[in-house]
Write a new protein. Structure first.
Length: 355
């Protein structure tokens, strides 16, 4: 078994591990507020989230009969000619290391932006900046800032609206109404996550599969094996079987490892009530679903964080726990550069080993 074959196998395995980490960190944000408001227990929320995450696949593929636009964007950050299993493996390792560190510390970062950083670094360090496609990169970087701001303003607006509408209603009655409505806002947010975040890792695995057929030195046996799951004659695409596998693995990540992040997002930024939970989730869901149809990779973490801060601001600046917010923003700032450097250095190492 040569180094290239090992790289392909490790890339596939690590890609699924990364999908699991996505569930541990990113997808946990989908259910944090409904747990914080005690509308659902963690087990109930996990089952609810898993169902609606998978519903996103059914809506996109069976109801709308569309491809995963965000997955296609993820595969288009660099020239296809320079993408090989070594590059993908380097990007995945760089991203996975950073996601694991942040997840263990309870920091809700964007796993997708970590992966984007890894891809950019792995392509750039070996092939130079000319191979990078700057348009999707610039749009993605812009939405690192825009998505939390959109979530913040929508969350703030909705909370102010509901406070005005229900200002003369008994608190218990209002909470009862929004505890029911929060089931729907959580479902919408999970559909948004499933349509935007889940396809990101699918796009990377699909481009890895495509590279098997274009990379010199790949054995006929490996091409035959990958061909069982990926039809290269169709051009770049995300196979349905790959999508299903990613959704299942991501759900396992929610089940096993999201507790620390749920704690931070559920109450570490601002006090969450059923009204606030609904407002924050609806703001995030709107942003995620809209950007999914536009093919823009945005962060579930960023949108829900903005939404939670937005609803908290209705009680004034002091109601937001800015120490926690600063820690989260610091982890965001490092999310692209750290995987970028790790992925770039690793791919350079592979480049020298295989020359």
């Amino acid at each position: 078994m040569n180094l290239l074959t090992i790289a392909i196998i490790l890339s596939i395995v690590l890609a699924f591990v990364f999908t699991f980490l996505n569930g541990m960190n990113d997808a946990a944000n989908s259910i944090s507020t409904i747990i914080a408001t005690k509308v659902m227990t963690p087990v109930q929320a996990i089952i609810w989230a898993s169902f609606w995450e998978f519903a996103a696949f059914l809506i996109i593929r069976l109801v709308l009969n569309q491809q995963f636009a965000v997955g296609n964007t993820m595969a288009n950050f660099a020239e296809q000619s320079v993408i090989d299993p070594y590059l993908i493996l380097s990007a995945l390792v760089g991203a996975a290391i950073w996601v694991w560190v942040c997840t263990k510390s309870g920091m809700p970062i964007s796993t997708s932006h970590a992966l984007i950083g890894g891809i950019i670094g792995a392509a750039w360090f070996v092939n130079g900046s000319d191979v990078l496609h700057m348009k999707p990169i610039v749009i993605t970087l812009a939405f690192i800032v825009l998505s939390p701001l959109i979530g913040l303003f929508l969350g703030f607006f909705l909370e102010c609206l509901f406070l005005k509408i229900f200002k003369n209603k008994p608190r218990k009655k209002v909470d009862k109404i929004f505890k029911v409505l929060q089931h729907f806002s959580t479902a919408a947010f999970c559909i948004g996550h499933g349509s935007n975040d889940a396809p990101k890792t699918m796009g990377i695995i699909a481009v890895l599969m495509a590279s098997v057929f274009t990379t010199a030195g790949v054995s006929p046996e490996m091409k035959s094996f990958i061909g069982n799951f990926y039809d290269s004659s169709q051009g770049f695409h995300i196979p349905d079987i790959l999508a299903v596998m990613c959704y299942i693995i991501m759900s396992l990540g929610i089940l096993i490892g999201g507790k620390n992040v749920i704690k931070t997002m559920g109450g570490g930024l601002a006090k969450i009530t059923p009204v606030r939970g609904f407002s924050a989730e609806f703001a995030g869901a709107t942003t995620l679903i809209a950007t999914s149809f536009l093919g823009i990779p945005v962060s579930t973490t960023h949108t829900i964080t903005g939404g939670v801060i937005g609803v908290g601001l209705t009680d004034g600046m002091k109601s937001v726990k800015w120490v926690t917010a600063r820690r989260i923003v610091l982890s965001w700032i490092l999310t692209i550069p750290v995987p970028l450097v790790i992925g770039g250095v690793l791919n350079l190492l592979f480049h020298f080993l295989t020359r």
